[in-house]
Design a protein around this ligand. Structure first.
Ligand code: ZN
Ligand code: ZN
Length: 384
């Protein structure tokens, strides 16, 4: 990329940042300029929510990592409850350049009253103590802030588990960009129920308000010894495909926070391409499956539905945002991240969150040094 292109990207970034509301993510400590999507970028399959015997999982870290390594993943984040499982030995055994990487993590597990509040910290440099507080919003914000201060990237987990987090809670939290649109645990209520909306409806409400959130899919795997049992939290149910320049934690997390990924429960995409005027999704077809590509905008309205494996939507300028959902004929799904569509003005600017973020220059944030304390998760207080 030329200096001019970098400057241009930075200017567009400034525009995009100015349009975002309270959830502007804190800078990720890389200090590098990520290249735009192009031939040098690759897709990496990963799961960012996994438990081991170090909290309430049923298998050793070695067995857990081995499962993902042997099932076509390129990265895995170990996120035990209030415990940072070391990854150096695991990477020595299972890691390989551009093939597989284990990333440190923690599920910061706390509660407000009877509401469980779980926030993952990806690549935290040390243990984040579970916060306390007098309200859901306060505990949630403190968890996010604690993860940021440990140089980690937060993602908010299973909002409907224990019916804990409302759309308003998700909308108001600051310095968070990611939440789980899908979690493979069987008790997380992601479809909603009663008078509580499902997560997809909540997502559209938040995006419609002008707050940017990206949706990730995860396993939240606990059980590796009962394959095929849908009543337990087994592996292989939800994952992200991240487009990054290299298989390193900083590059992967920068891409995640920039929306340069899609979430999936089984649909594979050949490509996602956002320009200033269009969003194109190309599905990698499998067997006899058929697909619908649904383009969704403000208020959750379906703007267009493509019935071929490739679909393109052309922005009108009135959508607010456009995201895509791919529905496969056996129930598998992929969620393509939203891009912001600016109203057509004299400047005729379309700010594209995803494309911009892929090119954005991120500022170095200083890592604070503290060793990982040996605080064990209290298995009686949460199970997801
Ligand atoms: Zn949880
Ligand atoms: Zn969990």
């Amino acid at each position: 990329m030329t200096h001019r292109a970098i400057l241009g990207a930075s200017l567009v970034l400034c525009f995009a940042a100015a349009t975002l509301k309270s959830q502007d993510a804190a800078p990720r400590p890389t200090g590098q300029v990520a290249p735009a999507a192009g031939p040098s970028m690759r897709w990496y399959k990963g799961n960012t929510h996994t438990h081991t015997l170090n909290s309430d999982g049923d298998s050793t870290p070695d067995d857990v990592v081995r499962w993902y390594r042997e099932h076509g993943y390129q990265f895995l984040v170990l996120t035990d409850h209030n415990f940072v499982t070391g990854v150096d030995g695991l990477n020595a055994l299972h890691g390989a350049d551009e093939q597989f990487l284990v990333v440190r993590g923690e599920e910061v597990t706390s509660r407000a009253g009877d509401k469980p509040i779980h926030v993952n910290g990806l690549d935290v440099e040390r243990l984040v103590e579970p916060p306390t507080g007098s309200s859901v919003g306060e505990v949630l914000q403190r968890a996010v802030d604690g993860i940021r201060s440990a140089s980690g990237v937060p993602h908010i987990n299973h909002p409907n588990f224990g019916w804990a987090l409302t759309g308003q809670d998700l909308q108001q939290v600051r310095n968070n960009r990611l939440f789980e649109i899908f979690n493979g645990h069987p008790q997380v209520n992601q479809e909603g129920g009663g008078n509580v909306p499902g997560l997809e409806e909540v997502w559209d409400q938040i995006l419609s308000s002008g707050t940017l959130l990206y949706g990730i899919a995860v396993d939240d795997a606990h059980n590796f010894k009962q394959p095929g049992n849908p009543r337990v939290a087994g592996p292989g149910r939800g994952w992200v495909m991240v487009r990054a320049a290299r298989l390193e934690a900083d590059a992967l997390l920068e891409a995640l926070e920039g929306g340069n990924f899609y979430a999936s429960t089984g649909v594979v995409l050949e490509d996602v391409a956002a320009t200033s005027t269009t969003l194109t999704v190309r599905v990698k077809t499998e067997g006899t499956s058929k697909y619908r590509i649904r383009f969704i905008g403000r208020g959750g309205h379906v703007l267009h539905e493509a019935t071929e494996p490739t679909g393109t939507y052309t922005f009108t300028g009135n959508e607010g945002y456009v995201r895509a959902k791919v529905l496969e004929s056996n129930g598998r799904v992929a969620w393509v991240q939203p891009v912001q569509v600016a109203r057509k003005t004299a400047l005729a600017t379309a700010g594209l969150w995803a494309a911009v973020a892929a090119m954005s220059a991120l500022v170095l944030a200083r890592r604070q040094g503290r060793t990982c304390a040996d605080a064990r998760y209290d298995a009686t207080s949460a199970s997801v």
